[in-house]
Design a protein around this ligand. Structure first.
Ligand code: ADP
Ligand code: MG
Length: 310
């Protein structure tokens, strides 16, 4: 049975902010599922409804086959949730926050104490265990949020941008922790706009833009679909004159560096053009790149959710 089913989900804020605009998909038990998309795509809105903290305008969400209700008790037992902005914990000490959440998930006092200690050790916060959460740095605060999501070993984790604000060491530690849970069969739903991180860990991914899903599949599938495309990375000489109209449609990726995505059949034509005397004199470096998940993301994003690469 699916862990989550989302059926024709709409969420409208106020009169006309269509934050979720007809979402339809399922997440199977045991999956590591990525929800990718730019700021404002509707990702946090979606997961808030999945955990019953926000009520859909229409459509439905099922958890293990049963409809999720507002403040659903089943969610508290089955789902460890890290909000994008965890607010509830400020007045607690680090260890208390984790213990209290474990108790809410049904652990006895001593089991909760023991697990909190193990988790804080695993996540690198044991020396902060008596601090007030509200006094921690942004990254430490997020780590406490992750520890509370994990305590009691819920079968499903929903983490909204878990590695934002984390330094590289903490980030690595968190990924390792999540991968251990995945090995143990935990379903992991990961909201992120960090495509490079996601590519390494997710089994399937939904790419969201403007409240809709513009593509869904394994990173491999999505890249395959994009294989009809090819990307050129072009670095221009510093002293070169104006880039000219042949770079119209290119995306700037650095100082004097541009990225141009083409249909594969047009590659020959483009290279011929770039090799012409007027243009080639301006070019410092030229690379032909096969698509990464980041290219997939940008390709679907650039077409505003109406990509012909569907
Ligand atoms: P994401 O998590 O992908 O960045 P959000 O789900 O947070 O996107 O937001 C989607 C859209 O809904 C945005 O336009 C945002 O401004 C709007 N929005 C989010 N939460 C609210 C809210 N509580 N009230 C009104 N508008 C909201
Ligand atoms: Mg968000």
């Amino acid at each position: 049975m699916a862990a989550f089913e989302i059926r024709d989900l709409h969420k409208i804020y106020g009169r006309d902010v269509h934050a979720n605009d007809g979402l339809d998909f399922a997440i199977e038990a045991g999956e590591v599922f990525g929800i990718l998309g730019p700021n404002g795509a509707g990702k946090s809105t979606l997961v808030q409804q999945m955990v019953g903290l926000s009520v859909p305008t229409s459509g439905e969400i099922r958890l293990h086959g049963e409809r999720v209700r507002a403040h659903d008790r089943r969610v508290r037992q089955a789902v460890g949730y890290l909000a994008q902005r965890p607010l509830a914990l400020f007045d607690l000490r680090v260890r208390e926050a984790v213990v209290a959440t474990g108790r809410l998930r049904g652990l006895g006092r001593s089991a909760a104490e023991r697990e909190a200690k193990e988790l804080l050790d695993e996540i690198g916060l044991l020396d902060r265990q008596d601090r007030l959460v509200g006094n921690l740095s942004g990254g430490e605060h997020r780590l406490v949020g992750i520890a509370t999501a994990l305590v009691g070993s819920p079968p499903i984790l929903i983490l909204d941008e878990p590695t934002n604000e984390l330094d590289p060491v903490a980030r690595r530690r968190v990924w390792d922790m999540l991968m251990r849970r995945r090995e143990a069969g935990t379903t992991i739903i990961l909201v992120t706009h960090n495509v490079l991180e996601a590519e390494r860990v997710v089994g399937r991914v939904a790419i969201m833009a403007r409240g809709r899903i513009s593509a869904i599949g394994t990173p491999g599938d999505l890249k395959e679909r994009l294989n009809a495309k090819v990307r050129l990375e072009i670095a221009l000489r510093e002293d070169g004159p104006d880039v000219g109209e042949w770079l119209a449609g290119a995306r700037q990726i650095g100082e004097r560096r541009f990225s141009l995505t083409l249909d594969r059949p047009r590659l020959g034509e483009a290279l011929q053009h770039l090799a012409g005397p007027a243009v080639s004199a301006q070019i410092d470096d030229l690379r032909i790149v096969s698509p990464s998940l980041e290219d997939v993301y940008l390709a679907y994003h650039d077409t505003e959710g109406h990509s012909d690469a569907h």
